[in-house]
Ligand binder design. Sequence first.
Ligand SMILES: [Zn+2]
Length: 255
Amino acid sequence: MPPLQAAAFAVAISALAWRTGALRPGGAAAAAVIGACVLTVAGWPGGLVLLAFFLPASASSRLWPGPPSPLDPKDDQRDIWQVLANGAAPALALVAGGPGALLGFAAGLAAAAADTWATSIGAHSRTAPRHILTGATVSRGSSGGVTPLGTLGAAAGALLVALAAQPLVGWRGTATALGIGLAGMLLDSALGAAVQGRFHCDRCDRASEWRRHRCGGTTRPLGGYAWLNNDGVNALATAAATAAGWAAWAWCCSP
Ligand SMILES: [Zn+2]
């Protein structure tokens, strides 16, 4: 698609997402840039893959909200960091080009969808999450905690994105994107468990993911890297899945 036309569509769709409250202004700006890149390089088939990630991710938390997390995650209006964590690496793969660009794009978004669905569907789990590395029961909403229901949700999210990408990458590419998407979600959980910063608010006696708690007080670091938050972990997992898809094309899927 010509770049100007792509930019016009991307701005219009992002503005709509901002107006409906799915994106904050910064998130909408980042989504417009990502959308313009995707539509320019991959046209409407690429835009369809983006929507297969974005529409269910924003709809599920509204149509079927989970119980409030005991932690303090961001609300369901995506900000610029969340949009970049999920969309920057897949869009960069398209812009960088090369034979594996489309599969990198699809695999990265499949991983982003898997993680998003695991979180929103997993919030409904009746069984307590288990730590992905130790198997110990952990509190709901903890990074690195996994449930069977959340894992099923992850598979559904990755499958939807991979199927939407079928016209771009073929059936073998679809299967590969699904597999890489699920592996990316597991990597996301493992990084969340092992290296993401963990904090505690002494004033509220609550676990937190942030250096500053929602009560306004400063939290106490408990472990992990204090500078690495959930968005950073998502960005790492999405980038790894994108790179894996880009590299996988040559041996799995190229005709
Ligand atoms: Zn507090």
